[in-house]
Write a protein that binds this ligand. Structure first.
Ligand SMILES: Nc1nc2c(ncn2[C@@H]2O[C@H](COP(=O)(O)OP(=O)(O)OP(=O)(O)O)[C@@H](O)[C@H]2O)c(=O)[nH]1
Length: 208
C-alpha cells in the first residue's frame, strides 16, 4: 500500500507568487489533477503545506492536509512531515508543480524499492535525479529529521544518508512508461510551455 504525498509548501517566488498547485490546466487545478491521478493507486493521500486553509476548497475529505514540523525549510521539511505521519510504509512524493505525475512510474519505483529492499527509489531521467517524483520508505524520516536538526536542508543530502535505487529512463521506457512525469514548472515561461504543448498534444493521458 502506497501513500501519495503532494508537497505544496513552497513560496512560488519564481512563479511570481502565484501558487503553482492552483494553476489551471484544462479546467482543473494542478493539485486536483494530481489527486485524481494519485488516488488511482494510493489509498491514502496527503498534502503538505504551510497554508492549510488555501487547500480546503480544493480537496475532499479523503485527503489529509498536514503542515511542516520545520516550516520554511524547503521540500525536505515537507518530506520529513509526510514520512513522519504516513499510515503506510512506502510513500510516493511529488512536487505540486508537476502536471504529469505518473501512477505507472510510481508502481515501477515501488517495485524496485521493494526488490532491492532499499530506502528509496529515485528516477534518473534526462540526466537528472528526480527526488520530487520518487518513492521513499518511511524509515527515511529519521535521517530527514537529523538533517533538519543540523540545518542541512538539501533533498540530495537525504540521498547521501539512505540507501536508494536509481530507476533510469530506459527502465521506464522498457515498461512503456513515458518520462514526461519529470516535467516541473517553476516560472511563467515554463508554464506557458506546458500550456502550449497541451494545445498541440491534447491527449497527454496524464503522463501514464
Ligand atoms: N511542505 C513544503 N513543501 C515545500 C517547501 N518548499 C518547497 N516545497 C515544495 O517543493 C516543491 C519544489 O519546490 P521549489 O520549486 O524548490 O520551491 P518553491 O518554493 O515552490 O518555488 P520558488 O519560490 O520559486 O523557489 C514544490 O512542490 C513546493 O511547493 C516547504 O518548505 N514545505
Amino acid at each position: 500500500m502506497l501513500t501519495g504525498v503532494i508537497l505544496a509548501g513552497g513560496e512560488n517566488r519564481r512563479m511570481g507568487g502565484k501558487h503553482k498547485a492552483l494553476l489551471d490546466l484544462g479546467g482543473q487545478t494542478l493539485i486536483e489533477r494530481q489527486i485524481a491521478a494519485m488516488s488511482t493507486i494510493c489509498p491514502e493521500l496527503i498534502v503538505v503545506t504551510n497554508d492549510p486553509k488555501r487547500f480546503l476548497p480544493v480537496v475532499d475529505r479523503s485527503v489529509r492536509i498536514i503542515t511542516d514540523f520545520y516550516p520554511g525549510k524547503g521540500p525536505l521539511g515537507g518530506i520529513h512531515a509526510a514520512l513522519s505521519l504516513t499510515r503506510n510504509d512506502n510513500v510516493w512524493i511529488v512536487g505540486c508543480d508537476m502536471p504529469y505525475v505518473s501512477p505507472d512510474a510510481a508502481g515501477l519505483l515501488l517495485e524496485r524499492l521493494q526488490l532491492a529492499e532499499a530506502d528509496a527509489a529515485i528516477p534518473h531521467v534526462d540526466g537528472r535525479l528526480q527526488p520530487l517524483h520518487a518513492v521513499y520508505n518511511r524509515r527515511c524520516a529519521e535521517q530527514a529529521a537529523a538533517l533538519l536538526a543540523e540545518e542541512a536542508y538539501r533533498v540530495t543530502g537525504l540521498l547521501e544518508r539512505v540507501r536508494w535505487e536509481p530507476v533510469h529512463d530506459f527502465e521506464f521506457e522498457g515498461r512503456g512508461i513515458g518520462t514526461k512525469f519529470a516535467v516541473n514548472t517553476n516560472t511563467p515561461e515554463e508554464w506557458s510551455e506546458v500550456l502550449l504543448s497541451e494545445r498541440s498534444l491534447p491527449d497527454t493521458n496524464n503522463g501514464r
